[in-house]
Structure formats: structure tokens, C-alpha cells
Design a protein around this ligand. Sequence first.
Ligand code: ATP
Ligand code: MG
Length: 254
Amino acid sequence: MTHHATPAPRSIPGSPLFEARDIVAGYGESRVLHGATLRVGEGETLALLGRNGSGRSTLLKTIMRLIAGTGSIMMAGVELARAKPHEAARAGIGYVPENRAIFPDLTVRENLSIGLPQRHRAPQAGPRGPQWSEDEFFELFPNLKRRANVAGGVLSGGEQQMLTICRALMGEPRLLLIDEPTEGLSLAMIDQVAGLIREAARRGVAILLVEQKLTIALDVCQRINVMGHGQIVFDGSVPAFQSDPAIRSEWLEV
Ligand SMILES: Nc1ncnc2c1ncn2[C@@H]1O[C@H](COP(=O)(O)OP(=O)(O)OP(=O)(O)O)[C@@H](O)[C@H]1O
Ligand SMILES: [Mg+2]
């Protein structure tokens, strides 16, 4: 069989950078998502809110193809519905999971270099996001620089979170999914994490942020989606969200 070079896919004009449509997914017999539809535009920052257990992490895992689901997942013109996780990454999606998945025995520097796109192994499926260098991160976060040669496992929780986001950015994503990055962090570290997300957005990376702290979500993001009953029950701008207190009482407050 001959292998043909696949042409770089282009987005369909007028379509968003990313769209997950009618996603149904869950664990074994139990369904969590009942037809969730969500879009993120090029360079847009979207916060995904919802109560604990509403299915926000499940949606991110489905997008990354870590759990099975039905529906359509389009990234920059590539259908990922039946793709493997590495194909989602190749299509330009970066992922920062809930549990700060750094490699504890590798140094900070080694952890960062693992995020680099493996160009020699697999050509990227389409245009990449902005390029990042280790030095840039070290300039932004002198703490990481000081600890460049220290094992990732000895960093504080906040430093590990920063490192996880930096490593994901090293992969040059056009869209970065970030799951509850500020959970359990000190106020000072929360500021740093929010600053890093803002910097990524400033450089044109689209952001899908799951965040429990409303102030951070509203501060970092332009648009809000709220998840309830396994679907998106609100989609609107930050001002639209703020002028609708019923959304909060019905879907967010406990
Ligand atoms: N690995 C799993 N196996 C079985 N059920 C799971 C698993 N992970 C999550 N669930 C269930 O799926 C539902 C949605 O969980 P999910 O983690 O997506 O929620 P969430 O909105 O991210 O909330 P939080 O992060 O606050 O828990 C919950 O009822 C949860 O108990
Ligand atoms: Mg979660």
C-alpha cells in the first residue's frame, strides 16, 4: 500500500475553530453527557461552569478521546469523533487534566521538553498555535527557572500546576483545555496561573477553562457556558451571564 501525504486541513469558512456537537458519553452503564454542544472560536476564551459532578471533566476527556462517546468533535476542520488521543493533540488541542500530570522523577526542564511537538515522528495535522520557549516560561516564572534541574515531584502544588500548563503550551496548541487549574492553590499562585492563561490567550491560543472560582472564570474569559443535566444550559457573554442571576441560582449555587 502506498502512503500519500495528507494535505493540511483547512477550517470550513465561517465555522468555529472548535465544535463538539451532541456529545453523549459516560462511564459504563451510566450516562453523564446527554447531548452537549459547545463551540470555541479562534483565539476565544470560554469558561465552562457547572456544579460538582455536572460532567465538565467528562466533556474535556471526551474531547481528548480519553473516554468513548458519540457526537461530532471538529477541530480546525478535522473530525475527531473516532480519533485517538494523540490525534486530538496533533489536530491542535492541548490538555491540562485535573490532576497535574507532571512526571515526578523528571526535572522541570525535562518535563517541559516532553511537551514539545514530535515533528520528526508525526507531522502535525494543521496550523499550530504560537511557539513557546523554555526561556520565556523561565522569564515569566523565575521560580521555575531556579528549579529547572530539580525533580518535578518536589515542586509545590502551584508550581506543578504552572509546569503542567507550560508543558501543554510547549506543544503549540491552538486550543487549550484546562481543568480546574486553581483548585487548592494559594491566592498568590492563583494569580500566577490566571496570568499564564491570560498570556496564552493574548498570544492567540483559544482557551476552554473549567473553573470553580467564578471570579477567576469571569476575569479570564470572554464567554461563559454552563453545564446542567449533561447539556449546555447557558451560552453567552460575560455581561449576559452577569445580568442573569437565575442562571447562577439554578445551575451553579448549591
Ligand atoms: N471514572 C469514572 N467512573 C465512573 N463515574 C465517573 C468517573 N468519573 C466521573 N464519574 C461520574 O460522572 C459524573 C460527572 O463527573 P465529572 O468528573 O465529569 O464532573 P465535573 O463537572 O468535572 O465535577 P467535579 O470535577 O467537581 O467532580 C459524576 O457523577 C461522577 O461521579
Ligand atoms: Mg471535574
